[in-house]
Write a protein that binds this ligand. Structure first.
Ligand code: PRX
Length: 660
């Protein structure tokens, strides 16, 4: 992408948002994280992290906090030994909290199960004994391909307990995606289910495993949990969970592993290319997952009911369902199903049923709730909610405000948390009792974290400027590489700003005039219109700030005059009215963007569509929309959550076109 002469900005800062929401005095006074946390971290970063590591139980204490001599491969808490599962389960039983509910599990069909810490300890011990009986031990790999049922969490913790690495593969992925992830990690065991509930119906899951395992010779055993009672084909590698695990002893002595002992591999598909096996290790990862979960969500283990709506197939499920929360002795809700089964109020029904007080979700879902309409959450008692979180994408200011008003009762602080599979835990986020939040901004690096926005040369941009987000200090939960591919690790993250030694996250960002950070989307998505480098996020947020729009995706399409022209795809809000997609309405939307951002950002074309192409984790695949906008055959759709979406979009093009 070329830089316009005389402008010098890596990314233009166009949209301004001036609303701020300070925490109430009452919230600020009781918050886990107080302002001194920033100062403490600044005074001595390593001493600060050592103090955070004290949150955990170490069998042997470390003798060095950080060893960065082999950069970009960090070692944290060198010489320390701990067992991650012991930290998440046993120690809470030993401290007298065995009867506390760890997991309120809610199945999609309405079945439920409350699992105490004592029960969790027994279940994880049995599963650990089962793995040992199959010869699985330290450094072996176990693939987990399961819906959101308790056994998925037992399995992850059982792996951690025996020192095996889990490789969780999202249950919505295909047999082929599963096969490549099993093969790359050379997993010896796969844990799965007969089927899974999806939108009210049981759907088979095991056939995909059978297909994947047929092409993956490393697999010796497949453990199958019976969930849907779906009939399954059986091979000589298969064993039922209830036959193997239930007969094991519920006693198991955990062994302490080195702080740098590998904990898991998680593949990130990205939008293109071979998936990368992101490797995380034990002590540093658990320290940061625990610290961030405690401070960002303000968790009070004795009174809060926490709910993170992610799937364990994503890193959010690893760090903010399993490791962070359980290390903090959380009581949490885990929900198996989709948000509109049996109806669009399911999440709010669950919040009401369990008295959920902390709710962590993704912008894609918030915009879906907006589309369904505010009258749905209004039917439920959501008064227990006191902290709301967002992760996965930039949250548009209007979606943020909608979330605050309609879910958070106009008072719960919203923490917009920026991080990645690679970072392992939250990096940039407001602390809810300290920072006055701003709709759409992740704001500032957490205490102990170093992040900045730099220009093409790696020089920090001034307040008000835009550029690239980099991490300029190693952090405890950072990835320790890409499984089996050291070169790719260096090339992908450390080559762009190699000279400065910055980790480049791939995201564009800007500082506002207060120095707060606003994420602007992946730099690959940046548009160049007449030499202005415009972020897709800002134009999308301007569109979503119009009362008729629920969701928007914009792309740059080649344009003879301006280099690229902005093409927008919008989904209308429920109740937007029949005329909202008409020519006048489209013109009004274009004018609205011009007013919010400036004429330079006025979309050349706006198309009203019923759906947007998204990956299974909810990220918009702009690459496919660019194909549409440039009248090309649509490219590879295999990572789409619903591959029929592109047909719907093409069919809808006729109706909502506008060019003038
Ligand atoms: O582009 C950023 C976006 O999601 C990317 C990381 O995706 P993944 O590894 O799948 O992890 C998602 C869950 C942590 C980032 O590079 N992203 C994540 N959180 C935010 C975000 N963009 C803006 N604001 C966020 N809060």
């Amino acid at each position: 992408m070329t830089q316009s002469p005389g402008q010098g900005n890596a990314l233009d800062n166009l949209l301004t948002e001036s609303r701020t929401f300070p925490p109430s005095d009452e919230f600020a006074a009781q918050a886990n994280a107080q302002p001194a946390l920033y100062e403490e971290a600044k005074a001595d970063r390593e001493a600060f992290w050592a103090k955070q590591a004290e949150r955990l139980h170490w069998e042997t204490k470390w003798d060095q906090v950080l060893d960065w001599s082999d950069a970009p491969f960090a070692k944290w808490f060198v010489g320390g030994k701990l067992n991650v599962a012991y930290n998440c389960v046993d120690r809470h039983v030993e401290s007298g909290h065995g009867e506390q509910v760890a997991i309120h599990w809610e199945g999609e069909p309405g079945d439920s199960r409350a699992i105490t810490y004592a029960e969790l300890q027994r279940e994880v011990s049995k599963a650990a004994n089962a793995l040992t009986s199959l010869g699985i031990g330290a450094e072996d790999r176990v693939a987990i391909y399961m819906p959101m049922i308790p056994e998925a969490i037992f399995s992850m913790l059982a792996c951690a307990r025996v020192g095996a690495l889990h490789n969780v593969v999202f249950g919505g992925f295909s047999a082929e995606a599963l096969r490549t992830r099993i093969q790359d990690s050379e997993a010896r065991v796969v844990i799965t289910t007969d089927g899974q509930y999806r939108r009210g119906n049981p759907a088979p899951l095991k056939p995909a495993v059978d297909e994947a395992v047929a092409g993956a010779p490393s697999v010796e055993k497949v453990i199958v949990v019976k969930r849907t009672d779906t009939e399954v084909a059986w091979t000589d590698k298969d064993v039922w969970w209830h036959e193997l695990v239930d007969s094991q002893s519920d006693q198991h002595t955990p062994e302490a592993f080195d702080s740098e002992h590998p904990l898991f591999i998680l593949y990130t598909s990205g939008t293109t290319g071979k998936p990368k096996g992101i490797l995380h290790t034990s002590g540093g990862y658990l320290t940061q997952a625990s610290y961030t979960h405690f401070n960002v969500f303000d968790l009070k283990p004795d009174t809060d009911v926490y709910w993170c709506t992610a799937d364990i197939g994503w890193v959010t499920g690893h760090s903010y369902i399993v490791y962070g929360p359980l290390s903090n002795r959380v009581t949490q809700v885990v929900y198996e199903g989709t948000p509109n089964t049996p109806n669009e109020g399911r999440h709010w029904d669950i919040v009401q049923k369990y008295g959920v007080s902390i709710y962590y979700t993704a912008p894609t879902l918030i915009r879906t709730f907006m589309k369904w309409g505010a009258d749905i959450p209004a039917k439920y008692d959501l008064s227990t909610l006191r902290v709301l979180g967002s992760v996965g994408e930039p949250i548009n200011p209007e979606a943020w405000i909608w979330y605050r008003e309609n879910i958070g009762g106009g008072k719960a602080p919203i923490v917009d948390t920026w991080w990645q599979t690679e970072t392992g835990a939250i990096m940039i986020s407001p602390l809810p009792g300290v920072v006055s939040t701003k709709p759409g901004s992740a704001q500032r690096p957490l205490p102990g974290i170093g992040a900045k926005v730099v220009n093409d040369e790696g020089v920090e941009v001034p307040h008000g400027g835009g550029g690239y987000l980099v991490l300029d200090e190693p952090w405890p939960s950072m990835l320790r590489g890409i499984w089996g591919d050291e070169e790719r690790y260096r090339d992908t993250y450390w080559s762009r700003f190699g000279e400065q030694g910055f980790y480049f996250a791939g995201d564009g960002a800007k500082y506002d005039n207060d120095g707060d950070i606003w994420l602007l989307g992946r730099v690959d998505d940046v548009m160049n219109v007449s030499g202005h480098r415009i972020s897709t996020t800002e134009v999308e947020s301007a569109l979503v700030s119009h009362p008729t729009v629920a969701e928007a995706a914009v792309v740059g399409a080649s344009d003879e005059t301006t280099g690229q022209g902005i093409v927008a795809f919008v989904i209308l809000r429920g109740g937007a009215g029949a005329d909202a997609g008409g020519a006048d309405a489209i013109k009004a939307l274009r004018d609205h963007v011009a007013k919010e951002i400036g004429p330079i950002a006025k979309p050349r074309q706006i198309m009203v569509v019923p759906e947007l192409p998204k990956t299974r984790s909810g990220k918009i695949m702009r690459r496919l929309l660019r194909d549409v906008a440039e009248n090309r055959t649509v490219g590879d759709v295999t990572t789409l959550a619903d591959s029929s979406v592109m047909d719907l979009i093409s069919a809808g093009l006729q109706s909502g076109k506008s060019e003038d």
